[in-house]
Design a protein around this ligand. Structure first.
Ligand SMILES: Nc1ncnc2c1ncn2[C@@H]1O[C@H](COP(=O)(O)OP(=O)(O)O)[C@@H](O)[C@H]1O
Ligand SMILES: O=C(O)C1=C[C@@H](OP(=O)(O)O)[C@@H](O)[C@H](O)C1
Ligand SMILES: [Mg+2]
Length: 177
């Protein structure tokens, strides 16, 4: 039985790489944000607006515990998932955790064009965005570094790069299982 959790900051590629990895390995793909949206019939942005971040984190924890029981799955977490409650310990108990690491400049370049659906970033100017990323990484790295495996996720900018990254991620996971 395989259960893989992808963690890392927003824009590190959890959704993109997770979906491609699942397709290549025959595992089921669960994106925790999408799972939450389907279960609660609301977008992440609406949930943040209605319940505040604390309310969102409670729901996220609940949904993580549901999805964390599924078998033969790749679960792409939200960027904050490992940083609240005992979620990181839970994931390390339930499966193989992989930290998708990317330089702040890479995250900035990606998020600049993909911040609208991310409530923590949506209203930030470019200058503020870089600051938010750097500050958040400082706070979150102690959680992300508890992942069992670390993977450089800087090459996801084309289908070729995504395929290459999938192969590398397969090697990393196979080597360590
Ligand atoms: N269809 C796509 N075309 C081009 N780039 C993409 C596409 N999908 C994802 N990416 C790139 O991958 C980055 C990572 O996005 P995503 O997988 O949503 O990260 P995460 O789930 O970790 O927040 C995107 O910001 C973008 O740069
Ligand atoms: O980093 C975070 O706190 C968040 C990341 C998002 O997921 P992605 O990392 O997939 O964008 C989503 O869960 C929510 O907007 C909060
Ligand atoms: Mg995502």
């Amino acid at each position: 039985m395989k259960r893989i959790f992808l963690i890392g900051y927003m824009g590190s590629g959890k959704t993109t790489l997770g979906r491609a990895f699942a397709r290549a390995t025959g595992l089921e793909f669960i994106d925790l944000d999408w799972y939450i949206e389907e279960r609660l019939h609301k977008s992440i942005s609406i949930l943040f607006a209605e319940r505040g971040e604390d309310g969102f984190r409670e729901q996220e924890r609940k949904m993580l515990h549901e999805a964390g029981e599924f078998e033969d799955v790749v679960i792409a977490c939200g960027g904050g998932t490992p940083c609240f409650f005992d979620n990181m310990e839970y994931m390390n108990r339930q499966g193989t955790t992989v930290f998708l690491d990317a330089h702040p400049e890479v995250l900035f370049r990606r998020l600049k064009i993909a911040k609208a659906k991310r409530p923590l970033l949506a209203d930030k100017t470019d200058e503020e965005l870089m600051e938010v990323i750097v500050n958040a990484l400082q706070k979150r790295l102690p959680f992300y570094s508890q992942a069992r495996l670390h993977f450089n996720a800087e090459r996801l900018e084309s289908y070729e790069q995504i395929d290459e990254s999938v192969e590398k991620l397969k090697e990393l996971i196979n080597k360590n299982n």
